[in-house]
Design a protein around this ligand. Sequence first.
Ligand SMILES: Nc1ncnc2c1ncn2[C@@H]1O[C@H](COP(=O)(O)OP(=O)(O)OP(=O)(O)O)[C@@H](O)[C@H]1O
Length: 344
Amino acid sequence: MPQKKIAFIMNPISGTVKKAGIPKLIDEYLDKDTFSYSILNTEYAGHATLLARKACEDNCDVVVAVGGDGTINEIGRALIYTNTAMGIIPCGSGNGLARHLMLPMDIKKCIMIINKCMTHDLDYGVIDGHPFFCTCGMGFDAYISMRFAEAGKRGPVTYLENILKSGLKYEAEEYTIEAEEIGTIHKRAYLVSCANASQYGNNAYIAPQASMSDGLLDVIIMEPFDMIDAPQISIDMFNKTINKNPKVKTFKSSHILVHRKNEGVIHYDGDPVIAGKDIDITLHHKGIKIVVNPEADKSRRKPNMVQNAFCDLFNDIYAVRTDITKQGKHIQTINKLLLKKLNK
Ligand SMILES: Nc1ncnc2c1ncn2[C@@H]1O[C@H](COP(=O)(O)OP(=O)(O)OP(=O)(O)O)[C@@H](O)[C@H]1O
């Protein structure tokens, strides 16, 4: 059998892991009977797209993104609707797509998966003209992407720092959302996110039900919440139960339109960009070939019994709290009426 051509495109600034040892690992563990390989380093933002396009023109069978979701995005957009598959060696800050695909975070193990070269045709989305493979959205997540891009340093700690610093100060916005499945709805929301894959990265699941082969986006609308709701939202995100949170509304669709009052930031796979007031988000079914993990255990994407029990407990507490608040308001109204009558 003729050898397959594989190109590794490495982003030296992604994540916090040093990449100097990666070429040696590739040389040691890549199956050289199957592949002839090259390794290229990106030199600036956007460079990975040009390198991947060139590899594709040179009839490369696989282009491997060695980086995070931003690098995957730059490479993936060059490979859509081609015969060249995308492989992933996760070296980013969040690694949302790699984690969704259940790729190991260990470089050697990822090279072994690439050796097996099992590819699937998977979905990708386009927001306002920008392809995305994992998640996109507007509101708080886009704002955090912008803060992260401005921070000058990467890694999960920088993400967390920004979320904690900005979280409770962030103001919800008004959105009008149109989709065939729901008609037109108006909502004040903290964020509107569209997920092709299930998580933002670092196992923060914004759309635990998302599938990359169902031809549908999971749309998540997070309503405004207060300081008391915030811990439940965070726990639900890491417990894969955010879709059951009372502040979260979800639906599936292949095409949505979002209208907002002002232009502002949106994100695609965590990269921020300024967009207008009207935003089109469309899913493209099975438009990209991706090297997958043949041993992935998809049941691990679902919450386990303990996580479900936690979620139910929190929801019960929320229901009681809402009831008490309602009753409190009711008592206040009766008190006011009584006072009025007594003062007559
Ligand atoms: N040589 C380079 N110099 C500067 N920026 C680069 C270079 N190569 C790529 N980039 C940019 O670096 C950005 C960050 O890369 P990437 O998203 O892969 O890492 P990350 O943000 O740390 O991880 P994640 O997206 O998983 O959180 C990309 O959006 C890309 O445009």
